[in-house]
Write a protein that binds this ligand. Sequence first.
Ligand code: 5RP
Length: 252
Amino acid sequence: TAEVALMGPTPSLPPVILTQDELKKIAAYKAVEFVQSGMVLGLGTGSTAKHAVDRIGQLLIQGKLNNIIGIPTSKKTHEQAVSLGIPLSDLDSHPVVDLAIDGADEVDPYMNLVKGRGGSLLREKMIESACKKFVVIVDESKLVQHLGGSGLAMPVEIVPFCWKFSAQRLELLFKESGCVAKLRTYSENGEPFVTDNGNYIIDLYLKKDIGDLKAASDAILRLPGVVEHGMFLGMATTVIVAGELGVRVKSK
Ligand code: 5RP
């Protein structure tokens, strides 16, 4: 991988403290520099990807980009893109995507990701696996040494049928890592969170490193009832990290 620092601190000026959202926006705008007219684009989901989609809409209105086709990774992004006048399609009509831009919940040193804390992991994985280039945009709080090691959720999308059974089997699978499996619910009413595909999400909380990621991925996907998980292994081609010291672009 090659890493490039694009912006450094200016020693003579007092440091400007940027908010997390400003850092997300910086990463998103940097990623949109990869977009060219005529591209089929995977449009990501979440608060970071939202900035990228806004920027693409802005450049279309300004006539600086033309003939873009967007493939949204969620109903929410679909709505946002429609409101911005971005022409849309889907994988059935455009099975090859030139470039996708999306956020992530965790990024390890090998550019493996955890995604799906926003709940859109299945459509994101379908679209991002069909991409020639997948640019991930994060602020530096998302960088981790080991996926799942931050104590935050590792999401798994499952069918609603007998979800407790699936949760138990997932928990057993990672017993050695002290796994606790929880059904994701809406905070307002405690009802199960339902994905855009009508499924549920089980969040896995791990006390210890999950170990071999590929083996963990295969084991999860072998369980009947599991639709997809939020580990995106070897999929990102570029990661853009915005931090207080500047923007870093890391490419395969
Ligand atoms: C949604 C995702 C998001 O990309 C991920 O949760 C990051 O979100 P944010 O940019 O809001 O931090 O995977 O399913």
